[in-house]
Design a protein around this ligand. Structure first.
Ligand SMILES: [Zn+2]
Length: 311
């Protein structure tokens, strides 16, 4: 997985652009940021209750997987591990992230999203996150890219590989959400959180010298934008009526964010993220809850009323 060019339709990862909106894209799960799945526990540990996933232990990026998904889990883990290590060091955070690679059955025990697109889920309190990845690619999911594929071809831009590779690139974007959420980088401005998730992924690839993967990501972004250019919109539209934004439109936005991240990271490196973090107010809910408990400790037992662990 370290080199998407060499990977084939089955176990390749890397990551960019998703369109997971917070709530209601036809088939897109909400990204880390978005508690779009009311039925799923917000606490990843709780979400795993009753699901047996085999461990692939690692002191940097542990993984768990369904039976039969060991190879893919190992590949994605190997791909993300150096990125995770680089990001932890650069951002000076622990970033407790676990990769879960699950089959259809286990997927539905964890989430209500349609099986297929990776997503991230951050625990209440913002101290742990899971990146959930499908064990395989279902044709139905891959077909959703047919329209973009056709439009891109008409514009003279062909996809650099099979579409499964593009879906796997989204794993890197979701990992970016997870790390951002655990690093005080969540802005709650949706477009910026999307941009930053991809930026984290891109910058981690850059920092670990993965030129081939960056090049591939660049090619995919070009394809993505070319295939959805009819959907161009403004940032306000991305913030607001996401419920009505179609699949292709979300792809367009994510493609534009990816191009921006690729461009900006070349010049700004990790500095963009660390400087942005210093500029952000502690608006993260977990952080806010911790500060609230610091100034008024009785909030801590009171939170128990809601059945969730805080802090
Ligand atoms: Zn996202």
């Amino acid at each position: 997985m370290a080199n998407p060019r060499r990977t084939r339709q089955d176990g390749r990862p890397s990551g960019v652009a998703d369109g997971r909106p917070s709530g209601s894209t036809p088939a897109a799960p909400a990204s880390a940021a978005a508690p779009a799945n009311p039925a799923a526990p917000a606490n990843p540990a709780a979400a795993l209750a009753g699901v047996y996933l085999r461990p692939l232990r690692d002191d940097v990026l542990p993984a768990r997987h369904s039976a039969g998904a060991r190879r893919r889990a190992g590949q994605i883990q190997a791909f993300l591990r150096p990125l995770h290590e680089a990001a932890r060091t650069a951002l000076r955070v622990e970033a407790d992230v676990t990769l879960l690679v699950v089959d259809l059955r286990d997927w539905h025990k964890l989430a209500r999203y349609p099986y297929g697109l990776p997503f991230a889920r951050t625990a209440v309190g913002g101290r742990q996150a899971n990146v959930i990845v499908a064990a395989d690619h279902q044709p139905r999911l891959l077909q959703r890219f047919d329209g973009a594929m056709l439009a891109a071809a008409r514009a003279g831009v062909s996809a650099p590989a099979q579409i499964g590779e593009f879906v796997d690139l989204m794993v890197g974007h979701e990992w970016g959400h997870a790390v951002a959420n655990l690093s005080g980088l969540r802005t709650r401005l949706k477009w910026l959180d999307e941009l930053n998730a991809t930026y984290l992924f891109v910058q981690a690839l850059r920092a670990t010298g993965q030129r081939d993967a960056l090049l591939r990501l660049t090619e995919w972004s070009l394809w993505q934008v070319a295939g959805t250019s009819a959907e161009a919109g403004d940032l306000a539209a991305f913030e607001y009526p996401r419920t009505r934004a179609g699949w292709d439109r979300l792809l367009w936005y994510q493609g534009v964010f990816a191009e921006r991240a690729l461009d900006l990271s070349e010049r700004r490196g990790w500095g963009y993220l660390t400087e942005l973090r210093s500029a952000l107010p502690p608006a993260d809910r977990g952080e806010l809850a911790r500060k609230l408990v610091e100034l008024e400790p009785s909030f801590k037992p009171w939170f128990a009323v809601f059945g969730r662990r805080v802090g």
